[in-house]
Design a binder for this molecule. Sequence first.
Ligand code: EPU
Length: 417
Amino acid sequence: MNKLIISGQNKLYGKVEVMSAKNALLPLIASCVLLDFEVGFLNCPKLGDVVVMLDIIKSLGGKYRYDGDTLYVDCSSLYIPELPCELSKKIRASIFLLGPLIARFRRVSAVTPGGCNFGERPIDIHLDSLRQLGVEISGKENLYLRAEKLIGSRIRLPFPSVGVTENLIMASCLADGETVITNCAKEPEIVCLCNFLNKLGAKIVGAGTSKICVEGVKKLTKNFAYYKPITDRVEVGTYLLATLNTGGEVEINGANFLHNVSLIKKIYNNTCKLTFESDKIYLKCCGVGSSLGFIKTGPYPAFPTDLQSPILAYACSLSGKTIIEETVFKNRFSIIPELKKMNADITLQGSKAIVNGKGKLNGAILNANDLRSGAGLIISALGAEGVSEIIGLDIIERGYFDIDKKLRMLGANVTKG
Ligand code: EPU
């Protein structure tokens, strides 16, 4: 059962619920390494990548359990500062554990992380910035980290990396003195992590801006029962684009539109009606749009790279030319050969994809080569004429929970095969 079979052209109608964001949960779970008590996270789906992260925590001596959609993580008995090779190679987010592990144990052995394959994904900024907190690092594939103590520092990132910002925040929470991180990432997931740590007594200011200051504290303490992470803005974007591609009318519950402004600006035109409430987005389609013009991905608040494949898929079914430039992961275009199997007209010029929209695509047998290209293929298959098979459901389920069920509830003809 590792594929989705989609018979296209059913319009989507109804309500869909989004859950806590994968990219918020992964650093939150990593940050539990800093704690010697159990914490509960609400609204947590058992996503593929999240379960791998939890299994890593278990291999370090920690515990986790689910009670319905509430996830409990307990790192009080953590005792092994050694990241397991096989599990770490499965997810990029295993690198997020370096910061909290070095803060707790002062020594860590690790391997370079794996994750979705869209070209080279170096970890140089992670390692360089940890060095600036006083960490000695040796090895290449196998890494050994050691620190007498962590010392607050002023660190300017060469690129506003999400993971590096998170790693540094977690490491510097328990460092001696103040750490100031400039040119850092501003993603909502960073704000979510800082709010969580601050509730436990950390002293972090500036989350959501390009300068974050962390005043190290001796210990974090439990003073709340549950934490509710932000919901998944990429999941929201995926359902919006899927509906635009098929037509119909949906209500997305749990959606914070402020986290999706760059997408909303792109799709807001006279072919659809969008209305917003504090935790809902309503979308009503009333025609077929034309080109989306020029889209350039970038760090938040620019257009997210994680929605690049989904919007590229949607652009293929419009009637004009859309140009999409990828600036975060320059080779993140593994969806293009698959869309071409559906008769899409796309030319790749360096890090720019030029899409000549043709209206409806044809169903085909497709491969989900990475998580978000898999999501893009679902969007295309839902709007296409005929039947598509998307192989690699396990890759899609790394980041989308029950996507087949949710789409069926909206009226799509989707089955697992
Ligand atoms: N980079 C380096 N060196 C480093 C770290 C990053 O050169 O040491 C480069 C990367 O190669 C990339 C750029 O910096 O070109 C940005 O990478 P970033 O570190 O911001 O990405 P990340 O933290 O590894 C997170 C998300 C990704 C998302 C990116 C960008 C998680 C678990 N992952 O990755 O999510 O694409 O930020 O927004 O939070 C996904 O959900 O499908 C996904 C890949």
